[in-house]
Ligand binder design. Structure first.
Ligand code: ATP
Ligand code: MG
Length: 277
């Protein structure tokens, strides 16, 4: 069977929908079966992420941001509701390597060079039967795009934290995924590196134009990067408000200095304070 054939399983996306990620009436309860311990992590979540857009999830700790990302990544089964990636089930998309992830820790293989860390996943998925004609991105080109030209043969211990996250980003893109999921990818970095990485991510994103679902605690980071900022509230985790960020692209570090940027950050902050009250 060709990997490009539609999945046999029923899909939940509407015909003609341009959503890369479609979430309908999602509910995730941890500890089902033990009423005294059950935690409703997210409830009644509806979200459409347009093809090629950059969407951030923000909100107080425990509002279900990571839970939502894990469901899309097929690392967690929802209690009820529907999730589709390009109209297909997350499990099928993950198996084919069409979902890229970057987490807070780079989790690189310490004994492998940067280049081999990036190509490892490709070798594993190929071993599982990746279609021979499946387009993948060139590893050296990717390393160069993420700013690691000249570091291809270094091992993780020879790279800074920011550089390790660049390798993790290149690895996530190596199979030319349909969507990229990022859960606080810069949270472990110092402030200056973090700001620089956000600007670098803008550059990489404009090059590949992947659909990105990005989790951050930084409203500034969310506004700088995103087309839409999704503000969630906790107990139970739910979507409180979705903000359209109309700041023109291309954006760069100077964008942080503009009135439009500060006004948008203020607008999201005001609502964040309300949901935290
Ligand atoms: N494995 C688990 N078992 C039980 N409860 C969990 C589990 N993982 C998360 N939770 C609960 O689900 C809710 C949502 O957690 P989640 O990690 O998705 O929040 P978050 O928004 O990512 O928080 P943070 O900003 O701190 O990373 C929280 O109340 C959390 O305690
Ligand atoms: Mg989290």
């Amino acid at each position: 069977m060709s990997i490009a054939e539609p999945a046999a399983a029923p899909t939940t996306a509407d015909a003609g929908s341009s959503s890369a990620i479609s979430i309908r009436d999602l509910r995730v309860v941890y500890g089902v079966g033990d009423a005294s311990r059950a935690v409703t992590a997210v409830e009644a979540v509806d979200l459409e992420v347009e093809e090629g857009s950059f969407v951030s999830l923000v909100g107080p700790s425990g509002c279900g941001k990571s839970t939502l990302l894990k469901v899309v990544a097929d690392l967690l089964r929802p209690t009820s509701g529907h999730v589709a990636i390009g109209g297909r089930p997350p499990s099928a998309m993950r198996e084919e390597g069409r979902v890229g992830f970057v987490f807070q820790q780079a989790n690189l293989m310490p004994w492998l060079k940067a280049r081999d860390n990036v190509s490892l996943l490709r070798r594993i998925v190929k071993g599982r039967g990746l279609a021979a004609d499946r387009a993948v991105l060139d590893v050296d080109e990717l390393l160069s795009v993420v700013g690691l030209e000249g570091f291809e043969d270094k091992r993780p211990s020879e790279l800074s934290g920011g550089m390790q996250q660049r390798v993790a980003l290149a690895r996530a893109l190596a199979l030319d995924p349909n969507i990229l999921l990022m859960d606080e990818p810069f949270a472990a970095l110092d402030e200056i590196t973090r700001e620089r990485m956000a600007v670098e991510l803008l550059r990489v994103w404009s090059r590949y134009r992947k659909t990105v679902l990005f989790v951050t605690h930084s409203l500034e980071e969310a506004v700088l990067l995103s087309d839409k900022v999704v503000l969630m509230a906790a107990r139970p985790g739910r979507i409180h408000q979705i903000f359209d960020v109309s700041i023109p692209r291309p954006r760069d570090r100077e964008t942080r200095l503009t009135d439009a940027f500060h006004e948008t950050v203020r607008e999201v902050s005001r609502e964040l304070y309300k949901v935290m009250a």
